[in-house]
Design a protein around this ligand. Sequence first.
Ligand code: SF4
Length: 483
Amino acid sequence: MSDDEIALSPSERDQGIVRCDACPVLCRIRPGRAGACDRYANEAGKLVRVDPLVLLAKPDLARVAFVEGSSNWAGELGPNLLGKGEGALVTGIGATTTYPDYKPAPFIVSSRHDGVDMVTVVTEGIFSYCGAKVKIDTDRWLGPEQAAVRSQGEAVGHVTTAEYGSQMLSLGGVHHLVGGSKKEGVVTCDALLALCNKEAVELTIDCGATVVVQADKPPVVNGTREERMRVGCGSAAIGMFAPQWKDHVDEVIVVDDHITGVLSEHQGGRFLDMKPAGIRVRGRRSTPGRYFQVAQPGLGWGGTDVSDPLEIIEKIDPRQAWPGLRLLMVSTTGEHSAWFELDKDLKPRAASMPAPVRKVVERIAENCEPALCTVLFMAGAGGSLRAGVTENPVRLTRSVRDTLTRVTLGGVPAYVWPGGGITLMVDVAKMPEKSFGYVPTPALVAPIEFTLRADHYAALGGYASRAVALEDVLRAHKVRVEE
Ligand code: SF4
């Protein structure tokens, strides 16, 4: 776009229209109106950032927000910010951005921590290379790996490798944001924005389930709220509880989509000198007492499609089993359990579960952790964003890698991947409310702060001369304190 196209016409100026240049959309904003992303507005002919700039007084302590231009500012910094503001951190939330990135970051704040001069470079990054890694604590089958994950019918990601007790989704990324149709990009951006701002999003998985995901909240799978994460696989459950079952059962089968455990065959049962019970389950035997693929994955017992546990018994060997044999079948969360005794024909008959056995079933449930969704925002901050920090961008990358520069998002330390670039991940649940925004390109806007020693900042070619004290930042901007 040429300068002429960017410039406002005399008539637009007369109407009080302002131009926002904080992203490539370059909105013309009329007085009293907001731009396309609702982050900037025209306030009496002045371009203002709508959301408050957020400052963390101290990690995990009071969170104070203030707004440029507020008439409520009385000149105090509040009890946590009096003095030198030591320990406080200006976050990138509401800080405005550096776009286009040849500009220095909007806030370069100097401070002293433990007698050391520090600098925090604060900005809002615009990320088109970004997405969310979602961990959903459930054994219920959500869909096949690589299946498309959809929001409002649009593909916004895929199912990725399951983890221990959790199903994993990989959402967003540049290909969904900008590589498909316009609608796919917009819907992907909407879903990521909502998830990163800790809102609930309904996702459907091709050939799988519908799941409602919300950071730090239990997943809802096909309308059912998940309560518990499994205690372990079936084999692990045998290992944990075998001694507690020993005198009360002749056999325990722990039904699990991953590894179904059979107590008397398992090392845990042998160690306790348990007699072989002759009950053979379906599936492929991995090692004694550990079976794969006893059923199809599903929403039933232990993440299988089983609703009647007896379905997984292939045969009962009359040479080993005996009438009256006591059999417990239980899932890895303790959510499902059934007690059987073999009749004279060696057929399992449902019976009332003895109290000591019930107690161990309840203990399985007790040992399960609450099922939650975890949303990690993942993005690449190794591009032109670095130019807002230093004239020599690769030095920032090296400084991060050498752990001389700490990277935080909304004050929360990010995990930075090894290797090239600044590829980071952060748990959105720990970030302040409404940390994320968007621009219609489409891309997500996320706060980012780089904190390092002042002498290191000068050495890497930073804009050290632009650093201002925290108090000066606050005094130069009329602020409103939110307790
Ligand atoms: S979309 Fe938002 S950031 Fe981009 S130009 Fe418009 S108001 Fe500014």
